[in-house]
Design a protein around this ligand. Structure first.
Ligand code: PLP
Length: 393
């Protein structure tokens, strides 16, 4: 058996989503842009999916643009807005690289976070004020709803308050890719004018996502073509993938309250048991843990599914190697896709020193997670850390 605790990286596709997709590949394969009855059937599949996505995000169906995943939605939000409005994009220092690199590439500004991982609101205010005083226009501000490494939830309403006060013309975008399963996105992002999601984080297929673009907002498409998605994203839509995303999303939203409660309990137990067995454990956004720290209240600003820990005197790579041998799949969330040993930009922004950041471990839970997975992780993490430390001494 594999104990898969890397659900923030991706999730298995829900059976209901597979069942919804299969006929759309094999028998009902019309192109939604056509006019005959098979084409019209495909278009109805898109309409139904658009309704589901819109409702779960607190948007209107016409505001939903289907994309090939979260990265495309994020790129479209930043570049599509800057190319039409001009000005300078702004984002937080803990964004996913899909946002961070888009903003940097366009000469944008990065705003730091406090040690608990949340955006520094006074800093955001002063950066925006200084830009405007210098004659620069902050055209889009992007702050993620939940962080992919630490699970820290950002105060989007308070960000919206700052924009209303000092930069009312700036568009607010939120990357809700990691939030969908753990946060009521429709409520939390109600003041965002653009919202990104990605299907494979909540039991849908990879390579499918959406960007909400509120009515009246103009956007330059990244992909020019047949005018699909109301001229906001050219290219024949991935009809099966989109149907799979909508099916997975409906289940995710329906189960969300009970899953948050179930997984927060498992997550707390996981961390409490590890801390009871070993010393020198730091939890991101919370600080150094000691054996009396058992409250989940201190994690109220974090999603229910992530246990993000840094171990003193440990190298993540060695720890992950031992965990994999014990069939526990986890991640350090600190190395980039190239495999380079760069410490995480998220932990660096939170003020972690390099050594501690190099001992980071992300265990991320999901709808498939069971108590047996948690028990296996407690056992293998505790014994692996003990083993590595005793070798190091
Ligand atoms: N934004 C966040 C916060 C993410 O966690 C991810 C996925 O890793 C992405 C964007 C990119 O989404 P995708 O993998 O669908 O391109």
């Amino acid at each position: 058996v594999v104990h898969y605790l890397d659900n923030a990286a991706t999730t298995p596709v829900r059976q209901a989503a597979i069942d919804a997709m299969v006929p759309l590949w094999s028998n009902e394969y019309g192109n939604p842009s056509g006019s005959h009855r098979m084409a019209r059937a495909a278009n109805r599949v898109l309409d139904d999916a658009r309704d589901v996505v819109a409702e779960s995000l607190g948007a209107k169906p016409g505001e939903v643009v289907f994309t090939a995943g979260g990265t495309e939605a994020d790129n479209l939000a930043i570049r599509g807005m800057v190319e039409i409005r001009g000005g300078t994009p702004v984002c937080s220092a803990v964004e996913h690289h899909a946002i961070l690199d888009s903003v940097t590439d366009l000469g944008g500004r990065i705003v730091g976070v406090t040690t608990d991982g949340r955006i520094d609101l006074p800093k955001l205010r002063s950066v925006l004020q200084a830009m405007i005083a210098d004659g620069e226009t902050p055209s889009i501000v992007s702050v993620m709803l939940a962080n992919n490494e630490t699970g820290v939830i950002q105060p989007i309403d308070e960000v919206a308050d700052v924009l209303a006060e000092v930069a009312p013309d700036a568009v607010l975008h939120t990357d809700a890719v990691q939030a969908m399963s753990w946060v009521d996105v429709a409520a939390a992002a109600s003041r965002a004018q653009m919202i990104s999601i990605s299907a494979h984080k909540f039991g849908g297929p990879k390579g499918v996502g959406a960007l909400v673009v509120r009515d009246g907002l103009k956007l330059k498409p990244l992909l020019l073509g047949g005018g699909q998605e109301r001229d906001r994203r050219g290219g024949t839509q991935n009809v099966p993938g989109i149907a799979g995303m909508a099916t997975a999303l409906a289940i995710t939203v329906a189960n969300r309250p009970s899953e948050i409660a179930r997984l927060a309990t498992l997550r707390d137990h996981l961390i409490d048991r590890i801390v009871a067995r070993i010393d020198g454990v730091h939890e991101s956004g919370v600080g150094r843990l000691d054996r009396t720290d058992t409250s989940s209240a201190m994690r109220s600003h974090k999603t229910a599914n992530i246990a993000h820990l840094c171990f003193e005197d440990i190298e993540s790579e060695a720890l992950l190697f031992l965990l994999e041998k014990a069939d526990v799949m986890a991640s350090a969330a600190s190395s980039c896709a190239s495999g380079a040993q760069d410490p995480s930009h998220v932990l660096a922004a939170m003020g972690y020193d390099r050594g501690l950041a190099q001992g980071s471990l992300r265990l991320s839970l999901g709808y498939i997670t069971t108590e047996a997975d948690i028990d296996a992780a407690i056992e293998s993490v505790s014994s692996s850390v003990e083993r590595l430390r005793s070798k190091g001494r």
